[in-house]
Design a protein around this ligand. Structure first.
Ligand code: ADP
Ligand code: MG
Ligand code: MG
Ligand code: MG
Ligand code: MG
Length: 440
């Protein structure tokens, strides 16, 4: 039996009546087309056409015909939909009518970068830690009213949102996620759910699915889940630490029992590459004006460009586990990012580090936030870009990262950053009114 025939049999056996074909726009937002099940065979063989011109950062009107081809590995039932007429989804790749992959498809960009790593014998694993807030809905609209006042690892009864979090974990598990942990985070109403790391394409798919499932289940419970980077001033924002490792022939290439700290040369080169491109990666991993309100001192988010094997204040941390679990953790990304592009940018930077055998500076042994500016200057510790437009400037000047993402995506991201920045820059914010209205 062919792959397609097997898939069609499974779809019928699961009593599926509708299929959602999903893909991501340039900003990592899920788009989807629903088709009735009788279209499944056509979708799985020829693909389904759609108009790309209405998708953010996709095509211009004159070249808008595009084709969605489902990736059969991504089949999953939506567990909250009716059991008598099930809804399944596929994540799709986007093609042009001439059969070529569409260069503006973020999934394609990641696949291309993964293929480059594969040529060097590496597979790239990521383990993202997604944080989010659960806020109350007020008069049918999302608010920033806390649902609970719990803190890190708190248990019920403080953690009123525990039931909702459990429902989210159950839905994710039904959809094939291997959930490793879920806990209350540091801030009020803030939560984290971790799933097992895996191949970066699969985990990027998982991140977009995770956001969609979390929002859906929260809403079914009358709550608004937000991944916005810094929804409330004065408390922690939402991060999406990305744990990364390279495997070669089934072995963790970051682990070397003989090396200092048991960290291989490969891992050191990778860290050096990531640090070297960290300013432009910030544009990708922290894509909103608001993202930069999180990257400030005092809230566990990184500000300074440094790595460390011992403390959590650095941009790149090497968590304690070794062997198969040897990994580096990039702490800057936030969950508003496009995970496909973020993982592609990290990998491209890391690969360059390996190819050029780059060495990182000495690891920061102490709390970087406690160092004086003078000490940081002496240790050559630079800071991450402080706002979107600065990050964007680093990004468009970074040849390696631009090449990895491709001209179509770079142009789209550049336009989005400029538009958002102009809109923000020219708005009059409550802070300004508070500061100046009475004084002048
Ligand atoms: P933290 O201590 O930073 O809160 P967590 O325990 O919340 O870390 O999350 C660690 C993440 O790292 C998990 O998603 C886990 O699956 C992932 N991870 C474990 N081993 C690897 C590895 N070899 N490569 C990439 N990610 C890994
Ligand atoms: Mg964590
Ligand atoms: Mg943890
Ligand atoms: Mg966390
Ligand atoms: Mg972490």
């Amino acid at each position: 039996m062919t792959e397609v025939a097997k898939m069609l049999e499974k779809i019928e056996g699961d009593n599926v009546k509708f299929i959602r074909l999903q893909f991501s726009d340039i900003q990592g937002q899920i788009k989807n087309v629903a088709i009735p099940v009788k279209q499944a065979e056509k979708a799985l063989t020829d693909g389904i056409s759609f108009d790309g011109s209405s998708i953010e950062g996709f095509a211009r009107i004159e070249e808008s015909d595009m084709v969605l081809k489902p990736d059969m590995d991504t089949y999953a039932l939506l567990p909250w939909r009716p059991k008598e007429a099930r809804v399944a989804r596929f994540i799709c790749d986007v093609y042009l009518p001439n059969g070529k992959p569409f260069e503006g498809d973020p999934r394609y960009v990641l696949k291309k970068t993964l293929a480059e790593a594969a040529e060097m014998g590496f597979s790239f694993n990521t383990g993202p830690e997604c944080e989010f807030f659960l806020f109350k809905m007020v008069n049918g609209e999302p608010s920033i009213e806390f649902k609970d006042h719990g803190g890190y690892f708190d248990l019920a009864p403080t953690d009123l949102a525990e039931d909702v979090r459990r429902d989210i974990v159950l839905a994710l598990t039904d959809m094939g996620f291997d959930v490793e942990a879920s806990h209350h985070e540091v801030a009020e109403s803030q939560h984290e759910i971790d799933f097992k790391y895996g191949d970066a394409l699969k985990t990027a798919d998982n991140v977009v699915t995770f956001r969609f499932v979390t929002k859906t289940i929260a809403l079914m419970n009358g709550l608004h889940a937000t991944f916005m980077a810094k929804p409330v001033y004065g408390i922690n924002g939402n991060g999406m630490h990305v744990n990364c490792s390279l495997f070669k022939e089934g072995e963790n290439a970051f682990f070397d029992p003989e090396a200092p700290l048991q960290l291989s040369d490969t891992s050191m080169h990778f860290i050096a590459g990531v640090l070297n491109h960290s300013k432009s990666i910030t544009r990708v991993a922290n894509p909103t004006v608001n993202s930069y309100k999180r990257l400030v001192p005092g809230y566990e988010a990184p500000v300074y460009i440094a790595w460390s094997a011992s403390n959590r204040t650095a941009l790149v941390r090497v968590p304690a586990p070794r062997g198969k679990s040897t990994r580096i953790e990039l702490r800057s990304p936030d969950p508003t990012c496009n995970p496909y592009l973020t993982f592609a940018a990290i990998l491209a930077a890391g690969i360059e580090g390996i190819k050029k055998e780059m060495q990182p500076p000495a690891g920061a042994a102490k709390n970087i936030f406690a160092m004086s500016e003078d000490e940081r200057t002496k240790s050559h510790i630079e800071t991450l870009p402080c706002d979107l437009i600065t990050a964007n400037k680093h990004f468009i000047e970074d040849e390696l990262i631009c090449k990895a993402l491709g001209p179509h995506i770079v142009e789209g991201m550049n336009n989005i950053a400029k538009l958002e920045w102009d809109s923000f820059r020219t708005a009059v914010h409550p802070w300004e009114v508070e500061q100046y209205l009475a004084r002048y």
